[in-house]
Ligand binder design. Sequence first.
Ligand code: SAH
Length: 252
Amino acid sequence: MTGRVAIVGLGPGPACWITPEASSEIEAASDVVGYAAYVERLALRPDQRAHASDNRVELDRARLALTLAAEGHAVAVVSGGDPGVFAMAAALFEAIEEKPQWRALDVAVAPGVTAMQAAAARLGAPLGHDFCAISLSDNLKPWAIVQRRLEAAVEGDFVLALYNPASKARPSRIVEAFDLLRALKGATTPVAFARAVGRADEALVLTTLGEANVSLVDMATLVIVGSSETRFVARDGARAWMLTPRSYGAPR
Ligand code: SAH
């Protein structure tokens, strides 16, 4: 019997941001594998086995999922947001490379709303023109690579969506990243900190590169740094919108 692995994105938090496809993959699963916080969010039936882990080693989780599938089980591997964005999908396919028999398994990826889309939706249209997503985590890559990519993104005048901007273990990375950006970009560049978007403790901060207080940034925050075209659209008595217009050099 050939098992199945569905790599499922749960979106940034609320149930309304889980796709019907993701829900039906979870319903169809006999086994659900994932980080404990995500697995606990799901109301699994008694006949479904949860393999919740606090294990930070994604490859181990991926190998467990593939081993269960090779035994004939229907496995759902869950990630927050989209599973292809700094999450489990890549780990799963890296693990598949390890064993020829795993390539024969039925594998599907169910996409999810990623944090930068959720943040952008709250803010207005900050990703309306070319942008790039960079993870500031240096657990899996050297910090020098992060610096090179930040510099290249500034050189290309991309809007930046920064994932994994800080953690208790690495509180200074966001400070270093902003020092680098401040040396290369204008102080009035619009910046947004979008924290826990879609959750009860959601918090949005609009600021500028020059004035940004990076101590507000934690691991639940998605940081957006504007391009030279990004601006705030002020409103009376309400938070401004953040806009990166679709056409370059558009008249104001
Ligand atoms: N696969 C996830 C990203 C995993 S990396 C996705 O597609 O969204 C984890 C980082 O995502 C966090 O450090 C934070 O930068 C961002 N993030 C995840 N959920 C978020 C949320 N609800 N609000 C703001 N940022 C979030």
